[in-house]
Design a protein around this ligand. Sequence first.
Ligand code: NAD
Length: 490
Amino acid sequence: MNMHAPKFLDTGRWGGMAYISEWQEALGGTINVTDPANGNVLAAVGFCGVADVQRAAAQARAAQSAWAKTQPSTRAAILNRAADLLEQNGAELASWVMQESGSIHAKAMIEIEHGALFIRHAASLAMQPSGMFLPGMDDRTNYARRVPHGVVGVISPFNFPLVLSVRSIAAAIALGNTVVHKPDPRTPISGGIIIARIFEEAGLPKGVLHVVPGGAEAGEALCSDPNIAMVSFTGSARGGAKVGEVCGRNLKRVQLELGGKNALVILDDADLDIAASNAAWGAFLHQGQICMATGLILVDEKIEQGLTDRLVAKAQHLPAGDPSTQQVALGPIISDAQVEMIQKIVDDAVAKGAKLLAGGTHDGRFYTATVLSGVKPGMLAFEEEIFGPVACITSFKTDDEAVSLANRSDYGLAAGVISADLGRAMALGDQLNVGQLHINDQTINGGPYAPFGGRGKSGNGTRVGGPADIEEFTQWQWVSVKNAATPYPF
Ligand code: NAD
């Protein structure tokens, strides 16, 4: 390897800057991005305020009609080149993802690989048929076609910053929209800078994509800016409610992809080793900081002890530490405030009678894999999305009780059911109020070909990915054509 080869993400090009048609200083100044594992400053990026969002939105609006007129094959080629660049530079880019978001290497590589897959899927959307002829109403020709909304504002969270940003950005761009994207200010590099760099290098015309790292104020500016037609938001239910409110007031279309409290139901005929492995992956991957994390392990009381023993043994063998310097299973939690929130939820469960069987402690940002049994309705651990590495076990006596426990949640994102009897698992799964149901699997599943989203507090019924992207990122336009204008009665 040539040690002097220029790096793809050379900070000399983007350090301290935002991407508003090109790399430039933000009017809002700069912000340091730190590694949550050790507090080291990784780089500075431009910190955008309202004025930056406004100028990005105006430039995106000015660029949109020309972009929408480009050949679909041109758009697809640019997208595919961007996916190539993400893959080709995957090792370098994954190390940024690891350091910025506290990811272990495997999770960072999932972001690179899925990021590229989402972009390639988007490229294929550009080539899809986009309309239909309608039944005749008189002697005119009627057809309906899908047209882009205009400018799409994208707002993304810290936990899977690359994938959760690029899945909306790529689909919106592929379908002829331009984009102003606001990543979380804690993860603007994986959630924004990397994406701007791959599209810049892939030849995306200036003005089509803007990346404006900033906080809630910048996010709200996207929701009220008259140049922005739609907002695609991924984040917490609280943030989503605010975004929905501001977009509603400004009559904007809004896509809300929010949190979850996802149940994994394990029936009494399940293989215990496999079920425990599923539960551990679902509860502990990325320290539980995943919207689809297994938030509740509902287990038939006949196998509760066996499942619990296996899960505790796994938790005790999952080391937590700095993933950039050690081989660990769990990296850091994103912030001290989030560590405190996790501890509060664990302490509340123990105070209300749950048993702490593993973990329950932390060394700074490193929270140990934790197992609570006897988790019951009324405990925060039962009701709330934890966003920490906490496996919450609740037992049930009958399949019907499992359904009612799973459906108690206001959220409705994902669920899993594990059983040796496929028909029984599917009959139970059919009764769960969720946007995605996984039979014989845990709850963390995603990919570009499936429509992803939730019910209830997990969203507003929108979906991202697969066939949903055309529904979400375009709208119908009815076109009627008479051969010549004809007179009316007056
Ligand atoms: P968050 O809502 O605090 O922040 C998400 C993004 O919204 C950030 O970019 C933030 O700056 C911005 N934001 C916050 N308040 C805003 C406002 N009032 N107006 C506009 N923008 C605003 O979420 P978080 O805590 O960073 O992320 C974790 C949450 O995201 C969890 O609840 C998780 O379940 C959810 N999530 C959902 C999905 C999904 O696809 N359904 C995926 C990942 C994460």
